[in-house]
Design a binder for this molecule. Structure first.
Ligand code: GLU
Ligand code: MG
Length: 451
């Protein structure tokens, strides 16, 4: 959008502050706001940001990372197409930003630029990647330091919808007003847990949308006197919060879903199988990008539908990669892959960038997923011998295991580049060092409403 037009829109809506937002290596959404009087200038010059931000942990500890100390700046440069007037804070607007060096180049440690680079590679291969993020979250109240779910409702139960109706209706209205297309809603399994999904979009827009979504749910809940939690496992005794990622690859015109092939028993094209092959090949390392927090590993466990094993399968909600059945009348359009070991403590640009880089590697190398890892039962029903003979193993069971897998995956490290991968790994290691010294209560408290 033209800069003058943005300023006109902001003024017409009586907006005072416009926040330039980004998501850091720790999955935290951060930003700085300009007053509307300085907006035009800031649209051109960006807002200054210390390089140290990408070396800052979720607890605001500054780590020692090469090139990310107190000296030096990048610019938060907004993508003007993301200008969003905030229905829950009518005097405010936001824009999502790239981190650009003072010499006007994308900064190597910018997560959004990593996703853009990866999508440009996909485009050079003739592919337009579509993605949808499927978020789950809890609504809770807080007394002292203790959070409690707002009700004791059941999975898909209308009673849960009743209790949360006012806040959920406001969330839906706010999302729609901001241009996110709400797809479906239901009260989830956990007490006070909800799932409200957004239609798929181009992968960059899907990542931007997920940040707008997290902001919206947290803010609307807050205005209703509640806390929204996107933490992977805010209540150890309740279901986890997933952020399942749905992916498909379309042709350059965006008209044909290249993952669909009606002649295949599972309606998947050879390209889709190669993409799956790439994801399965890089699976343990990808988990470090998609389940990056200490709290993530409380969620990833067998028997909780959050997935725990390296397998793929048809509508299998205990498989790392679910191949969803198609919808009548929209078979081609509904063909997609669902990656399930993923949660909202991830940075959506980094997780989508990693997943797509892995899939493209599969296409380039014509990888095929292992047939023995295709299962149509809950993996916990297979014996240890059966799992072993099929090559099915547990996903990383702790943050250090995931970190080690990422450290051992040159393709993903190369795709991220050294500045992003080194700072990202430093943050993840520091997370482990800090939280592994503390008790569960400390971990839950410090993850509850950060994401
Ligand atoms: N809450 C589950 C998870 O942690 C997912 C439940 C579902 O299949 O929607 O991913
Ligand atoms: Mg769900």
């Amino acid at each position: 959008m033209d800069h003058g037009e943005i300023v006109r829109q902001a003024k017409a809506a009586s907006v005072q502050l416009i926040t330039f937002l980004f998501c850091d290596n720790g999955g935290i959404i951060r930003g700085k706001a300009t007053h509307v009087s300085g907006l035009e200038r800031k649209l051109d010059s960006g807002m200054g940001l210390t390089l140290a931000m990408q070396a800052m942990t979720d607890m605001d500890q500054l780590l020692v990372v090469e090139g990310m100390g107190p000296v030096g700046e990048v610019r938060l440069i907004p993508d003007t197409g993301t200008f969003t007037h905030l229905p829950y804070a009518p005097k405010r607007a936001l824009m999502l930003c790239d981190l650009i060096t003072v010499s006007r180049q994308p900064w190597d440690a910018c997560p959004r630029s990593f996703l853009k680079r990866t999508l440009a590679r996909a485009e050079s291969m003739g592919l337009t990647i579509q993605a949808a993020m499927e978020p789950e979250w809890y609504l809770a109240t807080k007394a002292g330091e203790k959070f409690t779910p707002i009700d004791t409702s059941l999975d898909n139960a209308s009673i849960g919808a009743t209790f949360a109706q006012d806040v959920v209706d406001d969330v839906v209205a706010a999302l729609q007003t901001q241009g996110l297309r709400v797809q479906q809603y239901y009260p989830e399994l956990g007490h006070g847990q909800h799932e409200l999904s957004i239609e798929h979009d181009g992968a960059l827009r899907a990542a931007d949308n997920h940040l707008i979504y997290r902001e919206t749910v947290r803010n609307v809940a807050w205005r209703h006197g509640m806390y929204a939690s996107f933490a992977p496992k805010p209540f150890p005794e309740q279901a986890g919060n997933g952020l399942h990622v749905h992916l498909s690859a379309w042709d350059a015109s965006g008209e044909t879903n290249l993952f669909y092939d009606s002649s295949d028993p599972h309606n998947l094209s050879p390209m889709a199988y190669h993409f799956i092959g790439g994801i399965m090949e890089h699976l343990p390392a990808l988990v470090a990008l998609t389940c990056p927090s200490m709290n993530s590993y409380r969620r990833l466990s067998p028997g909780s539908w959050s997935t725990a094993f390296t397998c793929w399968g048809p509508d299998n909600r205990e498989a790392a990669l679910r191949i969803p059945s198609l919808f009548w009348g929209s078979e081609m359009a509904s063909t997609n892959l669902e990656f399930r070991p993923s949660d909202s403590s991830s940075n959506p640009y980094i997780s989508l960038g990693g997943l797509i880089a892995a899939g493209l590697d599969g296409i380039e190398r014509e990888l095929r997923p292992r047939r023995e890892q295709w299962i149509d039962v809950d993996p916990v029903r297979l014996t240890a011998e059966e799992l072993e003979s099929r090559g099915i193993v547990r996903l990383p069971q702790s943050l250090p295991e995931a970190i080690a897998a990422l450290e051992g995956d040159p393709l993903l490290l190369d795709a991220m580049g050294p500045a992003l991968s080194n700072s990202y790994l430093a943050i993840r290691r520091a997370d482990w060092e800090l939280f592994s010294q503390r008790d569960v209560e400390f971990e839950l408290r410090h993850h509850f409403y950060k994401f």
